[in-house]
Design a protein around this ligand. Structure first.
Ligand code: ADP
Ligand code: MG
Length: 383
């Protein structure tokens, strides 16, 4: 992976910086700029070296040029973060000469998601150098993340991108052991491949969240009305078999928090066991599982967590995720959190600064763990 140092002298040059500023916006204001702040070291370094920046990001999934997908609120916040004017430009053919210029939502260009080579070449023509700091978008081969690299003379990964890749590679290739993986959340079919990878390299794997349900079903337990991806049951069964469960690495909760519906007004019960009655759904791990999971974290040296361990958005179902988050925050070893919602949980609990690494790219980090190609990363790597 080419680094910022490899760019050499960039004084007075224009650098195209692909950032991932796809942040939550509410009523025309950026609601959470955590992801933007993570790109600041790269932007500051480039500016310190005398470069002019052309910032490029996607924002949402526009079909046309709908104004609600404008980067205007993001440009405004970027101005504040960089303490300088950031001009937002809509026209690829007229890039002003300012120190920091931001291009309108790159997905306004129909060629972006198609990785159109004509667009890629036009983008390459807008600057002298290309830097990608959008790790969270690196699993997609788009014109501004992959196609463009072929047409530029100098390209490199930004500091955030580099730290994301280095952290994941370190825990995958040379983890201090015991190495514990914690997998939760809702997108079971998306994540089952990663569980298989962890069966190979982790020492233990804790399962939580809606991820638990297909495993319970595969083991013949009743799941009541719990959220369950049908397509997840067969892969869960396969993982249990590969692992020789319960004699292997997989650990499932031994008790659950169940409720009659998802919401703060739900009727809640502690279930001593894992057979969920009809009319009820499992929404968090129980207290014995919580104690067990925390103990596993304390006994490990490297911990990777992806996916909330319950429906943490609601107070009644947040205890499992909170316990995991606190145990990781208190841990002295290597603690890595990947995943949009698990990251959001960490931040909501106010603990994101107490862990080793909080990934800005849930999907991309899982792909990297799985060994699937990351087109944005491959483009920045000399083979
Ligand atoms: P991440 O973004 O960290 O990868 P996911 O997107 O896979 O995580 O899953 C996050 C969602 O999973 C959250 O909205 C959370 O409420 C939900 N969730 C977690 N546990 C359960 C559960 N037991 N039942 C239903 N939903 C759950
Ligand atoms: Mg999510």
């Amino acid at each position: 992976m080419r680094t910022l140092d490899s760019l050499g002298d960039i004084e007075g040059k224009r650098v195209f910086v692909r950032v991932d500023f796809n942040v939550p916006v509410h009523e025309g204001k950026v609601r959470d700029d955590a992801r933007m702040r993570r790109a600041l070291p790269t932007l500051e370094e480039l500016r310190d070296r005398g470069a002019k920046l052309l910032l490029v990001s996607h924002f949402g999934r526009p079909k046309d040029r709908e104004p609600e997908f404008s980067l205007a609120p993001v440009a405004e916040r970027t101005s504040k973060l960089l303490h300088t004017d950031v001009e937002l430009v809509d026209d690829l053919d007229n890039i002003p000469d300012g120190d920091v210029v931001m291009l309108e939502n790159i997905r306004y260009e129909p060629g972006e998601t198609k990785n159109d080579s004509e667009l890629a070449e036009r983008l390459a023509g807008l600057a002298d150098y290309y830097v990608n700091d959008a790790f969270g978008t690196s699993h997609r081969a788009h014109a501004s993340t992959e196609g463009v690299v072929e047409f530029v003379e100098h390209s490199a990964a930004g500091l955030l991108f580099q730290s994301e890749v280095d952290t994941i590679r370190l825990i995958m290739n040379a983890p201090k052991r015991p190495f514990l993986a914690i997998m939760g959340g809702a997108k079971v079919t998306d994540k089952i491949g990663v569980i298989e990878t962890f069966l190979g390299i982790a020492d233990k794997i804790l399962i939580g969240g809606a991820m638990t349900t297909p495993f319970l079903r595969a083991l013949g337990h009743s799941i009541g009305d719990s959220l369950c991806e049908d397509d997840g049951v067969e892969p869960a069964r396969k993982a249990l078999e590969m692992d020789d469960y319960p004699n292997g690495k997989l650990i499932l909760p031994e008790d659950l928090v169940i409720a009659d519906r998802l919401g703060d007004d739900a009727e809640v019960q502690m279930l001593n066991g894992v057979d969920v009655p009809d009319g009820w759904m499992q929404l968090d791990i129980g207290s014995r599982a919580r104690t067990r999971y925390v103990a596993e974290i304390r006994e490990s040296q490297t911990i990777f967590w992806n996916g909330p361990i319950g429906a943490y958005e609601y107070k009644s179902f947040a205890a499992g995720s909170l316990a995991i988050a606190q145990a990781m925050a208190a841990h002295q070893g290597t603690t890595v959190v990947g995943g949009g919602d698990s990251g959001a949980a960490m931040r909501e609990f106010g603990l994101s600064h107490s862990i080793t690494h909080l990934s800005t790219g849930g999907g991309a980090s899982l792909k990297l763990i799985e060994g699937s190609p990351l087109p944005g990363l491959d483009a920045l790597t000399d083979h």
